[in-house]
Write a protein that binds this ligand. Structure first.
Ligand code: DLL
Length: 429
């Protein structure tokens, strides 16, 4: 059963709709956002001559850096009095990127995610435990509104507090959990250790995303827990969680009436063909407050345009294979190595050399940072430990993430002749 008949709109009609909406979007951005007006003028684009999808490649890309440069609301295309919600995600130097939504933007988000939840089999009467973070992160509230609209019973528990999660799961007979795949793995470990019998639970489905995971991890989760695990993708700039697999598990459906997607070669910016692996670029066709033109997500995937066996005509993207930049995702939190460097280099006792190690222990991401002292003048162990604690606490307040910090003597860490490789990611996903 479809949520909306638009999900099976003939591909030709969908393309026409996209074409019309793209022209309107360019005019809206040009007229109402000084940022886009300047950008489009620089590229010599007159929105009233712009001929839709045919001219798409003439449009300049937008990137996270543009949002940072115009912090907090310089890219917005509506007066702030029309903004009914803000979300924000972390940025490289501690400044977040801010996304605003009009009432209509929220409506499109809720409607898109309802289609997605329905496509992976969530129905009225399901009890949905939302274990994504609530607050500025889009996961919690995003799922919340869509699940309520769909008629599910929502448990807005947010992330963490595993014992309570399991208690409520038992007592309220949760059927669907929404959380990161690594948290799902952690939950299942915890249940095993605490002798929680999974067959006593009513859980039948997980909607898992916000970080990279693999087909192997899906199999492990499904085998360990007996649930069906579905992938969900989104980014805060596009609205948060948006696209999921359907029950065919053959790629994530992208709602083409709201989002126009391209796959490009991240080096050259050239468009790539169906099935080719490259960076996902998204143009928002309905967003009013913060329209995004050719937004570079930094995520590597491929495009499938053929109608899905489920009958939906909208294009699909494959599982996200990695990133084209250096952003790391640690326990669902976006971390740029430059943020870490920024914090370290503000501490006078710390030298220039550091390494970032990522491991997975008991199914949880662990980040360890080794950093050299500037000179070997700290000889009291207590001062040494104190400094490690201080660094960890500064990192925690910038990254919103706990890290293990290990100070080492000057000259101990590897030096690099070419590009430094400071990140060692040993997680197996
Ligand atoms: O993670 C939005 C979200 C919330 C998605 C809940 C799914 C569920 P950001 O914090 O802006 O937004 O992070 C977006 O996370 O560019 C990807 O690199 C990564 N990501 C998100 N979903 C997936 C996924 C939310 N299913 C960044 N597979 C994106 C791999 C994912 N990576």
């Amino acid at each position: 059963m479809l949520w909306s008949s638009i999900e099976e709109m003939p591909i030709k009609d969908l393309k026409e709709l996209q074409n019309r909406k793209l022209k309107a979007l360019v005019r809206h951005a040009y007229t109402n956002s000084p940022f886009y007006r300047r950008r489009l003028k620089e590229e010599g684009i007159n929105p009233w001559d712009f001929d839709g999808i045919k001219d798409l490649v003439k449009l300049p890309f937008t990137k996270k850096q543009d949002l940072r440069d115009t912090y907090p609301t310089g890219m917005f295309a509506v007066p702030l009095s029309q903004v009914v919600r803000y979300h924000a995600s972390s940025g490289t130097t501690g400044k977040p990127t801010v996304v605003g939504y009009t009432e209509n933007d929220i409506e499109c988000w809720v409607e898109s995610l309802c289609r997605s939840l329905n496509a992976c089999g969530v129905v009225r009467g399901d009890v949905m435990q939302i274990a994504y973070g609530y607050g500025l992160f889009t996961g919690g509230l995003g799922f919340h509104y869509a699940a309520e609209r769909l008629g599910a019973g929502v448990i807005p528990i947010s992330a963490g507090n595993t014992k309570r999660q399991i208690e409520l799961m038992k007592d309220l007979k949760t059927t669907v959990i929404a959380c990161t795949p690594s948290y799902m793995l952690y939950l299942s470990e915890f249940m095993l250790k605490n002798k929680v019998n999974l067959s006593e639970l009513s859980l039948r489905m997980g909607i898992l995303g916000a970080e990279p995971w693999s087909e192997e991890t899906r199999k492990r989760i499904e085998n360990k827990t007996g649930i069906e695990a579905y992938d969900v993708y989104g980014t805060s700039e596009l609205s948060g969680p948006l696209f999921t697999e359907c029950t065919e598990k053959a790629g994530l459906h992208v709602w083409a009436d709201h989002f126009l997607i391209e796959i490009i070669d991240p080096e050259t910016g050239e468009q790539l063909g169906e099935g080719e692996k490259g960076e996902l670029v998204v143009t928002t066709l309905s967003k009013e407050a913060l329209p995004l033109i050719r937004w570079r997500t930094g995520d590597i995937t491929s495009l499938e345009e053929e109608k899905c066996p489920c009958g939906r005509t909208h294009p699909r993207i494959g599982r996200i294979r990695g990133r084209s930049d250096d952003m790391l995702i640690v326990r669902g939190v976006n971390v740029f190595p430059s943020q870490i460097e920024h914090v370290l280099m503000e501490i006078p006792e710390v030298g220039e050399h550091y390494m970032i190690y990522l491991d997975r222990e008991n199914e949880l991401d662990v980040m360890k940072i080794q950093v050299e002292l500037r000179d070997a003048e700290i000889d009291r162990v207590s001062d040494f430990l104190e400094l490690e604690k201080e660094i960890a606490s500064r990192l925690k307040s910038t990254l919103n993430l706990s890290t293990k910090v290990e100070l080492v003597n000057p000259g101990t860490l590897e030096r690099f002749e070419g590009k430094a490789k400071r990140v060692v990611d040993r997680r197996k996903i």
